[in-house]
Each structure stands twice: as C-alpha cells, then as structure tokens.
Design a protein around this ligand. Structure first.
Ligand code: FAD
Ligand code: DHB
Length: 389
C-alpha cells in the first residue's frame, strides 16, 4: 500500500492530523494497534483550552463539542479548608471547555470515515524503515507495509516511531514524579460547577466532570499503587477527606464505572523530527496532567505539522517543515514548565525538607496565586492557553 503521509496512532494527534491534511487535499492512512471500540472508550483528558476549541471548530469537527461540552469560566484552588476561585475569563477574556478526549476521538473517527478516509484498526506498527530516504516504509500487522512520503509518529509515549530514530540523535529531558493519579468516573451529578484542584494535607485531589450526570475525580496516590487496594468505599472516604472545607462540602457518591492509576512524568525528546519522520503529541513529550496540557499540546503539534506539510506539498517549500520541531518545542517547554509548576504547588512530596520547608513554600505560593491579581492572571493565561505561535 502507498500513501502521502503514513500516520502511526489513532489518538487525538493522529486522527486530527489525518482530518486536517484531507482539508488540504493531502492523502493519509492512519494505522492503529487497538480496536475502534477500545480507542473510543479510553477515558483520559477532559479540558480543552481556547485554541483547541477554535481549531476543532475551524476544522468542522466542533458541532457535538459545542452542543455537549461544558464551558467553564473559572477554576477553584482549595487548601487550608477554604476554596479560592481563579476567575479565568475575567482575567484573560478566554474560556475553556470540558469535553472528554474519547468524544473528540469518536468525532474525528466518524469525520474521517464519512469522508472516505482510511483509518486501519487492529493494525500494530512494528517498525519504520528508510527514514533517511525519500520513500520511508512503515511495517505493520503480519508482514504488511505502507510506503509513504512522510511518516507522522503519533503513537504516544510507548509507541515505536521514536524508537526508530538512531541512537545519539535525540536529547531526552525527563522528570519522574514520586506519585501518580488514581482516576475514577462515577455515575453521579458533579458536586460543583467548576473544577476543584485541592491541595490537602493528605494529598492532592481533583474534582472534574464529563456531563451533568458523570463526575470525574482524581486522587494523588503512590506511582505504583495497586488498584486492588482501592475498593470503591476507600476511594470515596479518601475523596471526602481531601475535598472537605471548614464550612462543610457534600461530595455526591455514585457507582464507579471506571478506575485506573496513571504514573506521572515530564518528558521531552528533541528534536521532534528525524529525516522523513515527524513526531507529534505524547510520542515526543509528556507532561504531568495537573495543568491539563497534554492533549492540547498534541493538537497544537499537528496544527503546526499540517501547515508545514501543506506548504511543502503546495510549493516544495521546506522552511516550515525544517522549523517544525523548534516551533512546537517553544510551546512544549512553556507547558512543561506550567505543568511542573502546578504539580509542584498542589501535591504532597515524600521529602518536604526540614520543618516541612517545601510544604510551607507550597502554601505560600497558593496564598499568593489566590490573592494577587498578577499571579492569578499568570496561572489563568497558561491554563486557558497562550496565543498560537
Ligand atoms: P495517544 O492518545 O496516546 O494516542 C496514541 C495512539 O497510538 C494510541 O491510540 C495507541 O494505541 C496507538 N499506538 C501506540 N503504539 C502503536 C503502534 N505500535 N502501532 C499502532 N498504533 C500504536 N491532556 C489534556 O490536554 N487535558 C487533560 O485534562 C488531560 N488529562 C489527562 C488525564 C489523565 C488521567 C491522563 C492519563 C492523561 C491526560 N491528558 C490530558 C493527556 C492526554 O490524554 C494525552 O496527552 C493525549 O492522549 C495525547 O494524544 P496523542 O494522540 O499524542 O497520544
Ligand atoms: C481533567 C484532567 C486534568 O488533568 C485536569 O487538570 C483537569 C481535568 C479531566 O480529566 O477532566
């Protein structure tokens, strides 16, 4: 088989890239190791920043998002028994949307298939050859091949495309955090209108949502936490304690329909390209989820890549393709810093220094960010998403 752009991975990055390229008349094939049902049900991100919302609308895949997504104008930081609102829209003029990643994935798969696009499920990529030639070849399934002009590595952190880059080419910057998130989805109405990020003495918790009848909650746990040690009652007990305020807060409980533990890391591989391979999204960089940036970064990468490929196919101009990695990495590092900063401010760390030094710094930072308009604006402009570059 042959195509113009061979895309590995049908996550938000790979699917949106295929959709955007089609808008420029560029052909692609998406190869995905999992089944369609699996990728459509995988519960992950939920917060779309301003640029992501605009891009999905411009690309004609924002209709269901606009009908079902929940527009938010602020978030709450909760600590010391009190809630403190960050009025994001008042401070920045921008809003965010809560709309599940798997809903975007469903919308994009439908859009590609309706347009006659090729998305092959249960098609695991095993390797990529000839990246330093102008005819790279992707190997997948039982001995099948896809020949293309360009390979887009959108196969997430554990994928194979980054591994196909020869040793010594990439510089990797990494931080592994000493905790993870236990995430649940519960069939119960959210207990709050806006997201609550709670920095409790027992550890971090986050109250998010997916719809008027579905609540998404996260608890800081050990990175290698055994989910078997967390029966539903224990999860609710811990959430109740961490979300509590001095005035009292009623967290509505309901049947838990999904639970999983995710370890947390920051990771950036540079450059994001090698020969005819361009990495996008989690394949090139990972942020801890605290700032809700991972999927938004993945979506920005493929926006930049689409413009670069459109220029190259249109006029043979390679300038944007050559600038691809540098252009993306400026935003990646800004978001890497923001996500690290949010994570460091909100979680309990095993070693907090003498007299709880680091914990005292966290509380001082939380006080500052919730009382200074300048500090709150800085958080808000990063959270809603900085201007496109
Ligand atoms: P992925 O979604 O990982 O997609 C990669 C695809 O490649 C997968 O479908 C995989 O099956 C496929 N694949 C892998 N290997 C192969 C292979 N060999 N052959 C073929 N296919 C392959 N981000 C936000 O922006 N906001 C949030 O609120 C947020 N919250 C999060 C909460 C949690 C608990 C987690 C875990 C993540 C969160 N993120 C959030 C991060 C976000 O989910 C990721 O950044 C996003 O999924 C990246 O998209 P992607 O397309 O790059 O990669
Ligand atoms: C969600 C996830 C996040 O990482 C975050 O910061 C906010 C919300 C969510 O899944 O809803």
């Amino acid at each position: 088989m042959r195509t113009q752009v061979g895309i590995v991975g049908a996550g938000p990055a790979g699917l949106l890239l295929s959709h955007l390229l089609a808008g420029h008349g560029i052909e692609s094939v998406v190869l995905e190791s999992r089944s369609r049902g699996y990728v459509e049900q995988r519960v992950r991100a939920g917060v779309l920043e301003h640029n992501t919302i605009e891009l999905l609308r411009e690309a004609g895949v924002g209709k269901r998002m606009d009908a079902e997504g929940m527009v938010h104008e602020g978030i709450e930081l909760r600590f010391g028994g009190q809630g403190h609102r960050i009025p994001m829209t008042e401070l920045t003029g921008r809003t965010i949307m809560v709309y599940g990643q798997q809903e975007i994935v469903k919308d994009l798969i439908r859009a590609r298939l309706d347009a006659g696009g090729q998305v092959l499920f249960d098609a695991e990529v095993t390797g990529v050859d000839g990246l330093d030639t102008d005819r790279p070849v992707i190997r997948y399934g039982d001995g099948r091949t896809l020949e293309c002009d360009v390979v887009a590595g959108c196969d997430g952190f554990w994928g194979v495309t980054r591994q196909a880059i020869p040793d010594g080419v990439l510089t990797v910057a990494e931080r592994v955090y000493p905790f993870g998130w236990l995430g649940i989805l519960a069939e119960v109405a959210p207990s709050t209108d806006e997201l609550i990020y709670a920095a409790h003495d027992r550890g971090f918790m986050l109250h998010s949502m997916r719809s008027p009848t579905l609540t998404r909650l996260y608890l800081q746990v050990a990175p290698d936490e055994d989910i078997g040690h967390w029966p539903d009652e224990r999860i609710w007990e811990e959430l109740d304690q961490r979300v509590a305020t001095d005035e009292g807060f009623d967290l509505a409980h309901g049947p838990i329909v999904e639970k999983a533990v995710t370890p947390m890391r920051s990771f950036v591989a540079e450059p994001m390209s090698y020969g005819r391979l361009y990495l996008a999204g989690d394949a090139a960089h990972i942020v801890p989820p605290t700032g809700a940036k991972g999927m938004n970064l993945a979506i920005n990468d493929v926006r930049v890549l689409t413009e670069a490929l459109a220029a190259w196919y249109g006029s043979g101009d390679r300038e944007l393709l050559e600038a691809y990695s540098g252009t993306c990495l400026r935003r990646v590092w800004r978001c890497t810093h923001f996500s690290w900063w949010m994570t460091a401010m909100l979680h309990r760390f095993p070693d907090e220094g003498e007299g709880g030094f680091d914990r005292r710094l966290q509380l001082a930072q939380l006080e500052y960010v919730t009382t200074s308009k300048a500090a709150a604006t800085s958080l808000a402009e990063n959270y809603v998403g900085l201007e496109r570059v």
